[in-house]
Design a binder for this molecule. Structure first.
Ligand SMILES: C[S@@+](CC[C@H](N)C(=O)[O-])C[C@H]1O[C@@H](n2cnc3c(N)ncnc32)[C@H](O)[C@@H]1O
Length: 233
């Protein structure tokens, strides 16, 4: 299976989705509680053939796309892929789709939803070719850890949707969060950890890639990043 994640090239791309307009319209909360009642209802899937100009392209999913810059860049670098961002903070999604339209990108879409609630009904079995979950909200307190996006049910849903050999790229700067994500994928027998079960990926295993916003910030602070690279068996 090919992957869209690696081999950044030197195409000139727009990377900056300003959130200026977002904050003028609505306050963007720093975190929302995904277990709150208002995020508990699954959304209906869009008509995918109307959402993307060419729905037959492989689909890369970014869970927790936030201000959307990572897939904004990827969609420009990899026009032969479709990119989908799921994000629970609605004003960010609205702004991302506006920028997508301003740039005329037809292989990029952002959806406001709770990925844990909506993902299973959004896509069909075998329609997904790659997943990235990068720097998810950490929810440090033990009693809040069930708010973390990567839960066994989400991993099981991804196992259903992903095609054989599809790559899954996971990153966090918080060791406990990265370990929690890695353990959930290690525990699901549909996935293989390319660094070996129980291990994080090193720079030889994890491909070179476009950094996310959070990743850039972590790198600039000189902090460690814990990465895992799985494949759907
Ligand atoms: C710390 S940010 C990381 C953003 C981006 N991936 C990056 O690396 O720069 C995590 C994002 O995930 C979103 N998020 C958290 N739980 C979610 C859920 N259940 N469904 C969809 N998005 C979620 C948050 O609103 C936030 O924008």
């Amino acid at each position: 299976m090919q992957n869209s994640f690696s081999q950044p090239n030197s195409v000139e791309i727009v990377s900056n989705i300003s959130n200026e307009n977002v904050s003028k319209r609505a306050r963007v909360r720093e975190h929302v509680n995904p277990l709150a009642k208002k995020y508990s209802v699954a959304i209906a899937p869009p008509v995918w053939t109307e959402t993307y100009v060419d729905w037959s392209k492989p689909l890369s999913l970014d869970i927790g796309s936030a201000r959307g810059r990572y897939i904004l860049q990827m969609a420009q670098l990899k026009p032969d892929w479709n990119f989908l961002g799921l994000e629970i903070r609605e004003p960010l999604v609205d702004r991302c789709n506006e920028v997508r339209d301003e740039l005329g990108l037809t292989n990029l879409h952002y959806i406001f939803c709770n990925a844990n609630v909506s993902l299973a009904g959004l896509l069909t079995k075998g329609s997904l070719h790659e997943v990235t979950i990068q720097f998810p909200d950490p929810w440090f307190k033990r009693r809040q850890q069930k708010r973390r996006a990567v839960q066994p049910e989400l991993v099981a849903t991804l196992a259903e949707l992903l095609v054989t050999d599809a790559p899954i790229f996971l990153q966090s700067d918080i060791f406990e969060v990265a370990e929690d994500m890695r353990q959930h994928f290690d525990a699901n027998e549909s996935f293989i950890n390319l660094a070996g079960a129980g291990s994080f990926a090193d720079e030889n295993t994890f491909p070179e890639h476009i950094p996310t916003e959070r990743e850039n910030s972590v790198i600039s602070q000189g902090l460690p990043i814990y990465r895992a690279y799985f494949k759907r068996k």
